[in-house]
Design a protein around this ligand. Structure first.
Ligand SMILES: Cc1cc2nc3c(=O)[nH]c(=O)nc-3n(C[C@H](O)[C@H](O)[C@H](O)COP(=O)(O)OP(=O)(O)OC[C@H]3O[C@@H](n4cnc5c(N)ncnc54)[C@H](O)[C@@H]3O)c2cc1C
Length: 232
């Protein structure tokens, strides 16, 4: 049974305070480091969440979080790396032998009559991969037979602004289930070390109060179009 493993392996000290200090530099009128720090420390918890909710997200860019991720399918990692404001190191299928590759099985397939056939096809892919590599086909070519279900490992670094943008997109109930699972796990890790910054994080609609999806909306919260029409 493959499950996603997400571990926050590096983050700055006092992430919430760094963000509050960035905000204090913008708004407080303090003259030096001590004054800015004191001002930031004196602010209540809501200070940060209000600024974040107001969209002043650049104050979060001084905090960088490094995640180790494994057990994620190539299908989901392909979605993850579309987020360009981030740094990635991903396991190579050119250099790493995939003879014993692991694969994700979606629940819909696990609970269906296709499970046996699915597993058989995975085994076929694995066997053909092995035969090809043993027969002198370079790994970079043999890998073309590997399925999208193949698991991968990555190290991902994102600043807190990029993480907010990633979370609001990928925590949406209409997001694909595996990238959503990843986003949930990353949020849980981030909340442990930055409870104030990530306190109110959820899907776009939870965070911003409306749904940007318009005709693709799940209907739980009004779309921007609906809100604007109601105002007429
Ligand atoms: C529900 C959903 C469905 C999706 N479906 C598809 C799909 O079918 N096909 C597909 O290809 N992708 C799809 N994506 C991926 C999506 O298009 C984005 O590539 C991905 O979510 C990263 O978001 P981003 O561009 O905001 O973030 P980042 O890449 O981190 O960029 C952050 C911000 O920087 C700015 N930016 C970055 N690059 C540029 C640029 N070149 N020019 C101008 N501004 C830039 C933008 O303001 C952007 O919001 C989907 C994403 C979601 C959430």
């Amino acid at each position: 049974m493959i499950s996603i493993q997400v571990k926050l392996i590096s983050y700055p000290k006092e992430t919430d305070l760094i963000a509050k200090m960035a905000a204090a530099i913008c708004y407080s009128g303090g003259h030096d480091y001590e004054e800015i720090r004191k001002d930031a420390e004196s602010k209540p918890a809501e200070y940060l969440s209000t600024i974040v909710k107001n969209g002043h997200l650049s104050i979060l860019e001084h905090n960088v979080y490094v995640f180790y991720i494994s057990g994620l399918s190539r299908v989901a990692s392909h979605q993850l790396v579309r987020k360009r404001i981030a740094s990635y190191s991903q396991q190579s299928q050119r250099y790493v032998d995939a003879k014993n590759f692991r694969a994700v099985i979606p629940d819909t397939i696990k609970e269906s009559q296709f499970l046996e056939l699915y597993n058989k096809k995975l085994e076929d892919c694995s066997n053909l991969y092995q035969q090809m590599v043993d027969g002198g086909i370079p790994k970079e070519d043999a890998r073309f037979i590997l399925p999208g279900a193949t698991t991968t490992q990555l190290m991902v670094s994102m600043n807190a602004h990029a993480l907010v943008d990633f979370f609001v997109q990928r925590l949406c109930v209409r997001s694909q289930w595996e990238i959503r699972q990843l986003a949930v796990a990353m949020l849980e890790e981030a909340q442990k070390v930055s409870p104030l910054i990530f306190k109110d994080l959820g899907a776009y609609c939870d965070f911003y109060g409306y749904c940007p999806e318009n005709d693709k909306s799940c209907g739980r919260i009004k779309t921007l179009k609906e809100l604007l029409n109601n105002d007429k």
